[in-house]
Design a protein around this ligand. Structure first.
Ligand SMILES: *Cc1c(COP(=O)(O)O)cnc(C)c1O
Length: 363
């Protein structure tokens, strides 16, 4: 599913030099490397500011708290996501409310979001799931109409865009993870948020460092979510390769979309003309998933499930509020989804093997 050690040798060399640079600098946390990476990341995304932090979970908490969202406030999001999305809301002290998904994309259904809006709603948290760009236009309009913030969980969306505009620039703030398996991964944990609001960026900068604005002054009760110089230095080098990596993911996904042909295997909706997906994962649906996964394993093809248990089926989340019509699409997706290998390290030969393995499957 991932081959993190297949990085190009020139990159590994650059990474060694970056580590050396940090070792010689004598400065390990929140220094020059972090601010250089923040500038580079903001530019890459097309936002005014980026604020580095310790991981993607913290980025979500910092985004919400930076917007003043907390106890008593509801945040509408999806049950089909990494657990961190929900956990970030809970950690900010706010209450997640779960909307159902669109079965063709597995992302938030704007109709279901509408049914979840209450007088206590403060924000819609859209996850650009699998690296596909979500329904930003519909949700921006809905957010505006009901005076809600739109927040984007971009942990899987490095390189996803619509009409040339990157994920993370449609809402008030985008939250990013640089966990090693993400499209842009560090050599450890790292995260960031991006925003066009200088006020929000300044607030997040204070919050990530105990709520400190100047030394020993703590107008806010923050957390420790600082970013290391070493991770920032490595991310600066890895960022140089991101465009090529995302392009390779797209090539792999294009082949899957044109060559996968099996009546038992359903693909997700292909990107529209204006959409550029970043294919963090390539997900198909199959009613006989157990058998398909067993068959693939037999053919030497790994697969994973993202995600087998929707958020509302997790023990601490069973009583969360949700769409009054239920979360049926999320449940069906959780029962049938299967992720095929889709990463920049795959060779054309491997992609061909995966395609024939899927096409040979008989339910
Ligand atoms: C990975 C991920 C996160 C959390 O990021 P971490 O850096 O692991 O904390 C949040 N949301 C989504 C959708 C993710 O895929």
């Amino acid at each position: 599913m991932n081959e993190l050690s297949r990085d190009p040798p020139e990159l590994v060399e650059r990474e060694r030099m970056a580590c050396d640079r940090v070792l010689k600098s004598g400065w390990w946390i929140l220094g020059r490397e972090v601010s250089e990476f923040e500038t580079a990341w903001a530019k890459w995304v097309g936002a005014n500011e980026a604020v580095g932090c310790a991981n993607g979970l913290d980025a979500i908490e910092l985004a919400l708290r930076g917007l003043g969202i907390g106890p008593g406030d509801e945040v509408i999001t999806t049950p089909m996501t990494a657990f961190a999305t929900t956990l970030g809301i809970v950690r900010a002290g706010a209450t997640p409310v779960l909307a159902d998904i669109d079965p063709d994309t597995a992302m938030l259904s704007p109709d279901s979001v509408k049914r979840c809006i209450s007088p206590r709603s403060r924000a819609i948290l859209l996850v650009h799931l699998y690296g596909c760009i979500g329904p930003v236009e519909e949700l921006s309009a809905l957010a505006q109409k009901h005076d809600l913030y739109l927040i984007e969980d971009c942990a899987q969306a490095h390189g996803a865009s619509i009409a040339g505009r990157s994920a993370g620039t449609f809402g008030e703030v985008g939250a990013w993870s640089f966990y090693p398996t993400k499209n842009l991964g560090a050599i450890g944990d790292a995260g960031a948020l991006t925003t066009c609001s200088g006020k929000l960026a300044a607030g997040a900068r204070a919050l990530r460092n105990y709520g400190q604005t100047e030394r020993y002054h703590h107008p806010l009760l923050g957390l420790n979510s600082r970013l290391d110089e070493l991770q920032a230095a490595l991310l600066r080098e890895r960022l140089i390769y991101l465009r090529i990596w995302v392009e390779r993911r797209r090539q792999v996904a294009d082949r899957y979309m044109s060559e996968l042909q099996n009546p038992h295997v359903r693909l997700m909706r292909a990107p529209l003309e204006k959409e550029r997906h970043a294919f963090h994962l390539f997900v198909v649906r199959c009613k006989a998933r157990v058998e398909l996964q067993r068959h693939l394993k037999h053919c030497g093809v790994e697969s994973l499930i993202h995600y087998p248990i929707p958020v509302h089926r997790q023990d601490p989340c069973q009583s969360l509020s949700r769409d009054r019509l239920g979360l049926n699409q999320a449940e069906a997706h959780a029962n049938e989804c299967l992720s095929l290998p889709c990463h920049p390290g795959l060779t054309d030969g491997e992609v061909g093997q995966i395609i024939s393995a899927v096409n040979q499957f008989k339910a």
